[in-house]
Design a protein around this ligand. Structure first.
Ligand code: PLP
Length: 414
């Protein structure tokens, strides 16, 4: 995709794009909002808000049950969103499970795929940079099966030690959980190469795409993993939406995770016939309006072009990194060459919660804490960090305002 018009002008008018996000016009504590917490949840463009509202105003009904007009419209809208997501991620729609987010997706794989298969002596391999959603479900499964958890470590710049990872892929490893992009370090992992190595050894791969899907074009088929999870609310969609893609043969062989309505073909007291994949894994009434909104979010991202978004965010990342590096005593965690627009940092002599609290008074929203990645923070040797996470709707001027605010609050804390 072209990122300029051939005469050096950007192909996308980012000021107009920003105007699509009503919340970015807000003031906080009397200051213009600078929202640098998009890795936590992304802001929603008007198109997503309107699609969700329109669903409730005009089409609201349950899916796959009613024969009436509204029921058909709701089903079409919900399945339409599945189709849009499948095209966006380059996978088959009948392999795409719609769920509440990555946490649900990982637990589905843990309980339906790993639990029945793993046994004492088996191992699950994860990396040091995983979010708790890609650690704790495996620990729960390991406890119940007698399997063990192995950890692949990082280089000091926050990139994966690939040699170490490959060496850790020993015969007892049956499953590998790896982040596409780290939510703390921003590191972009070479997941296609990693999944190739794992496949050669017969290891099933689960990729956590939560932080990749908002920032870059994700072609799941090209990655070659066995499962890929992503969260809709970080992609501009409503909260409570996400996807799990899995290879059809694996999904077919897996028992349901939750039982109830929608996931069955026939129920008798002497046995139940389950629905086909992906509906087998979608028990109960789904977040219909949420997925209508997520479908609109995918339309919005595709119209902008994920390559344009990636280029824009790399520019913002470069500017923010350059400006932050000028601040004495500021340390950035995660400087891998392949990095998304997520900057974790600490300032010598200050606590990250104090920094974030004072930044908030300046209108700047950053996250402070352990970012659901305790083992990574333990490795970094810090209790907490501040995290500024950028999106294409942010601006260079906001970065300058953030850096100025940081200099100011740092003086107050000195
Ligand atoms: N994995 C990563 C890398 C994340 O950043 C997050 C959210 O912060 C998750 C998983 C969990 O996503 P959710 O809470 O939407 O299930």
């Amino acid at each position: 995709m072209k990122t300029d018009d051939g005469q050096g002008k950007p192909a996308v008018d980012w000021a107009r794009v920003r105007a699509d996000f009503p919340i970015l016009k807000r003031q906080v504590h009397g200051k213009p909002l600078v929202y640098f917490d998009s890795a936590n949840t992304g802001q929603k463009p008007e198109a997503v808000i309107a699609a969700t509202e329109d669903f409730y105003r005009r089409h609201n009904a349950n899916v796959s049950r009613a024969v009436h007009a509204l029921g058909n419209e709701a089903t079409e809208a919900y399945e339409g969103a599945r189709g849009k997501l499948a095209r966006h991620f380059n996978v088959r729609a009948d392999e795409l499970v719609l769920c509440s987010g990555t946490t649900f997706a990982m637990n589905l794989v843990a309980y339906s795929f790993a639990l029945p298969r793993l046994k004492p002596g088996d191992a699950i391999l994860v990396t040091r940079m995983e979010h708790h959603a890609n650690i704790v479900p495996w620990q729960l499964v390991a406890q119940r099966t007698g399997a063990t958890l192995k950890v692949a470590e990082l280089h000091p710049d926050g990139s994966l030690d690939l040699d170490g990872l490959h060496k850790a892929m020993t015969p007892e490893v049956k499953l590998l959980g790896v982040a596409h992009v780290s939510n703390v370090l921003g590191t972009v992992n070479p997941v296609a190469a990693i999944c190739r190595e794992a496949a050669r050894r017969g290891i099933v791969t689960v990729v956590d795409g939560s932080q990749a899907a908002p920032h870059m074009a994700v072609d799941i088929a090209a990655i070659g993993c066995d499962f890929y999870a992503a969260t809709g609310h970080k992609m501009g969609g409503p909260t409570g939406t996400g996807i799990l893609w899995g290879r059809r043969a694996l999904l077919d062989a897996m028992p349901p995770f939750l039982g109830g309505g929608e996931m069955i073909k026939e129920v008798r007291f002497d046995g139940t016939v389950f629905n086909d994949v992906p509906h087998k894994f979608e028990a109960g009434t789904p977040n219909i309006a949420g997925f209508v909104g997520l479908g609109a979010a995918v339309d919005y991202l595709d119209a902008l072009g994920m390559e344009n978004i990636a280029t824009r965010e790399q520019e913002l990342l470069a500017h923010a990194t350059e400006e932050l590096t000028k601040i004495d005593g500021l340390r950035i965690f995660g400087t891998a060459p392949e990095k998304a627009a997520v900057i974790s940092f600490a300032i010598e002599g200050t606590h990250s919660h104090d920094l974030a609290t004072l930044l908030d008074l300046e209108g700047v929203a950053v996250r402070s804490g352990q970012h659901c990645a305790h083992p990574l923070l333990q490795w970094l040797g810090v209790g907490t960090t501040c995290r500024a996470s950028l999106a294409y709707y942010n601006t260079h001027a906001e970065i300058d305002a953030f850096v100025a605010a940081l200099r100011k609050v740092r003086t107050l804390l000195a």
